[in-house]
Design a protein around this ligand. Structure first.
Ligand code: ADP
Length: 378
């Protein structure tokens, strides 16, 4: 058969490819059957060359396949048979006995006489790919489930913290006023030990009040956050400086301001963020008069802000810890506070699609950086 010889010479280069190749004449006679197909199907060339493929693989007689092949043979339209919709045109088994999952494409090659087309059936083994895809999809589903579960429990926790801190305020107010009353009425009337104990009770209750107030502010952030509106950060800074006016004057703090952008944000939360960073920069000052510099620069789709001070600085091992709620590096006697300021900053920044971090060296001041994503509001 002349055609057969031509096909074998033409395609012998493709013999060793790890894909199955089979060339069919318009009457489904097999003109080429590469070595890969021999290995996959266990059908040798001597058995199949010059024979009708449909005799070996009877599913090819089904009208849906016949119709597609006619389009290839007559008009040269290529065809793809996805493994999900079609059974394999030329099925084969893997060494472990499982059916090989194949992607089958049928390409048209013009016949030499120009009367129609040959069909080149290309089979790719996608079993491994499909397996990996399945594992990946399972992992993705699991991850989505865990994420949803986390978000739900997080929201629940936030709600709980909010309710707990809110409802604890009333009984705590009573404890504070009665211990204060006790202190006023009986100070100096009992022995020195009793005075000290009453003092501890008043002090403890006040500390608890501060902590609960902070917890309430923290849990309110997400629950009572306002929708974003275009906020001019120059105005945010003006407000911050106004709120801290007295502290700035008393401590002789110098402020260096660079131009700040206008961006979509919850303005009052931005004020809270600036205020916490500024008051920390003042509180943790060194023996030099405090200096604070603020600025921002645009950075692929977000704004990067910085607040730089010349204060006591922070050791690098605490760079992460200081942003956790109620984490402090100093005693209350040395620096007053509850350790919520930076946790609040982090929560605000996160709500604005950004991150916050610090760069610092003890004795060299600190620079707090945070990003705010620019979300288009139309
Ligand atoms: P608080 O000030 O009430 O302790 P924060 O959450 O605001 O709570 O800060 C956590 C800790 O981070 C502080 O205890 C302090 O040790 C450190 N810190 C924050 N800001 C600065 C700063 N500008 N310079 C040096 N240390 C800082």
């Amino acid at each position: 058969m002349q055609e057969l010889n031509i096909a074998i010479t033409k395609f012998s280069l493709l013999d060793n490819l790890p894909i199955g190749l089979c060339l069919l004449r318009q009457d489904f006679v097999v003109l080429f059957w590469n070595r890969c197909l021999e290995n996959w199907t266990k059908i040798s060339r001597t058995e199949i060359l010059g024979r009708n493929l449909c005799d070996h693989f009877t599913q090819l007689n089904q009208p849906k396949y016949q119709l597609r092949f006619q389009q290839v043979f007559q008009f040269g339209f290529p065809a793809i048979f996805s493994s999900q919709l079609h059974q394999s045109l030329i099925p084969s088994l893997l060494p472990n006995g499982e059916e090989r999952i194949q992607k089958t494409t049928v390409n048209a090659i013009p016949t030499d006489d120009g009367n129609g087309f040959y069909a080149l059936v290309v089979l790719e083994d996608i079993t491994e790919l499909k397996k990996r895809l399945k594992i990946y999809q399972q992992e993705l589903t699991q991850r989505k489930k865990t994420q949803a579960e986390l978000e739900r429990s997080n929201a629940e926790l936030e709600q709980f913290a909010y309710l707990a801190s809110h409802d604890l305020q009333e009984p705590l107010r009573m404890v504070i006023s009665f211990t204060q009353l006790l202190a006023r009425r009986y100070q100096g009337q009992l022995d020195a030990d009793a005075d000290r104990i009453i003092g501890f009770a008043v002090d403890g209750a006040k500390r608890m009040e501060a902590l609960i107030k902070d917890m309430l502010t923290y849990s309110r952030l997400a629950i009572q956050g306002k929708p974003f509106e275009y906020s001019n950060c120059e105005e945010v800074l003006d407000l911050t400086l106004k709120n801290l006016q007295l502290l700035i004057q008393e401590t002789g703090t110098s402020i260096y301001r660079n131009p700040l952008p206008t961006l979509p944000a919850d303005k009052s939360q931005l004020v809270q963020l600036f205020q916490n960073l500024f008051s920390n920069a003042i509180k943790y000052h060194s023996d030099k008069p405090p200096e604070i510099e603020i600025g921002a620069e645009a950075q692929n789709g977000q704004w990067l802000f910085y607040v730089k001070d010349n204060g006591i600085g922070i050791k690098s091992q605490y760079f992460k810890r200081i942003f956790a709620i109620f984490q402090r590096l100093h005693t209350r006697q040395k620096y007053p506070g509850t350790g919520i300021g930076l946790a609040l900053c982090q929560k605000i920044v996160n709500r604005h699609g950004g991150k916050i971090w610090v760069e610092s060296e003890p004795g060299q001041g600190s620079t707090f950086y945070f990003t705010i994503r620019v979300i288009e509001t139309r």
